[in-house]
Design a protein around this ligand. Structure first.
Ligand code: TXA
Ligand code: MG
Length: 347
């Protein structure tokens, strides 16, 4: 397939370009577009065949439902039942990096909901995305723009790397501001199904109560509440392990004699750790920057060609919970604090 790449201005999206993209949406094609969290790969949410293409192109399992993006409360009301008691809280949270799981209306095809009676809905805080939804006149189902299991795209160049030749249109614009996907909150149980760019603290301040942190027990017989949680995610091809010890200075002793590896961590730790390759995510004091840089760093890691990579852990405050969750998944829960533990992964 020939992919058209449209360079679109982040703050003032060009109408003619948005119109080309919205025509693709209404004719059942796929459009990759930016949002403030990560880039998304979108289709008309009311068109089952179009949504089916998303699963094919992303190599995504069909029981992992899609987030539906809307540009107004009226549009949300057409596809979902927003509980009355939370309506004003939802309105105060949107547009923004938070997705609400609520009861779905029948108009939505099963392809979108993965056969569940609920739907995940979000109004993004990104002019391009909102203009695209408005011009299309339909809600847009869009998971993150990555091939399943790979890190999500936060930069246009990574969306191009994944989807050139596989979708009709790629909208190329600025880097995503948050860099980690939206928080998914189940409005019925008030559980966070996926920590994300909208912190639990912020949810509490808007809703007046603290959300339950959801901890999936992947071994239990009941399926996880958020289907996506059971799949491996965000992994680079390079073997990646998290350092779980207290002081990153200890990494030097643990890795002494090891040659071809990379360390990813805060600027502060990069100054201390003596790895042959190092990538700084930014200052530990600026977690927003760490979140913003994480996925792009994980994608670029594979180009260095090291045998393995060590990534630092971050604390759980604010967006830290989302960062820690993505690192846990990217490392496939492999963390170490001694040389023996690291060796066990390497051999
Ligand atoms: O920031 C974001 O949320 C990005 C941008 C593009 O908006 N989208 C995104 O979509 O991350 P995706 O498909 O990669 O992640 C959607 C998550 C999955 O873990 C999925 O299982 C969960 O939301 N989800 C979708 N519908 C659900 C539902 N009805 N109930 C529970 N979880 C649901
Ligand atoms: Mg995703």
């Amino acid at each position: 397939m020939k992919t058209t790449v449209l360079k679109v201005d982040w703050n003032h999206p060009e109408k003619d370009k948005i119109s080309i993209a919205s025509s693709a949406i209404t004719s059942g094609e796929l459009v990759v577009f930016p949002t403030e969290t990560v880039y998304g790969i979108g289709a008309n949410a009311l068109d089952a065949a179009a949504c089916q293409k998303i699963y094919r192109v992303k190599e995504r399992k069909s029981d992992n439902p899609l987030i539906v993006h809307v540009s107004s409360m009226q549009m949300a009301d057409k596809i979902a039942i927003i509980p009355k008691k939370h309506r004003r809280h939802v309105e105060s949270s949107w547009p923004g990096p938070i997705t609400f799981v609520v009861k779905a209306r029948k108009v939505l095809p099963r392809t979108v909901t993965g056969g569940l009676d609920t739907v995940a809905v979000r109004m993004p805080r990104c002019r391009i995305a909102l203009d695209l939804i408005n011009a299309s006149g339909v809600p847009i189902a869009a998971p993150s723009a990555n091939i399943s299991k790979k890190p999500s795209s936060t930069k246009a160049k990574h969306a191009l790397k994944y989807f050139m030749g596989k979708v009709q249109i790629i909208i190329s614009s600025k880097d995503s501001r948050y860099g980690i996907e939206s928080t998914v909150l189940d409005l019925e149980t008030f559980e966070i199904l996926r920590p994300g760019s909208f912190s639990a603290e912020r949810i509490k301040s808007i809703f007046g109560k603290a959300p339950q942190a959801y901890t999936p027990t992947l071994t239990s017989k009941s399926p996880p509440r958020s289907p996506g949680l059971k799949y491996r995610h965000y992994s680079p091809s390079t073997p990646l392990f998290a350092y779980a010890g207290d002081s990153t200075a200890a990494i030097n002793k643990i890795t002494s004699g090891m040659k071809n590896f990379c360390f990813i961590g805060s600027a502060e730790s990069c100054r201390i750790v003596a790895a042959p390759h190092k990538i700084s995510l930014g200052s530990r004091r600026q977690k927003a920057a760490i979140a913003r840089n994480l996925y792009a760093t994980l994608i670029d890691l594979d180009d260095i060609g090291v045998d393995f990579c060590i990534i630092e852990n971050f604390d759980m405050k604010g967006i830290g919970a989302a960062i820690a969750n993505r690192i846990e998944k990217a490392t496939n829960h492999r963390s170490f604090s001694t040389r023996r533990e690291l060796n066990a992964f390497l051999h």
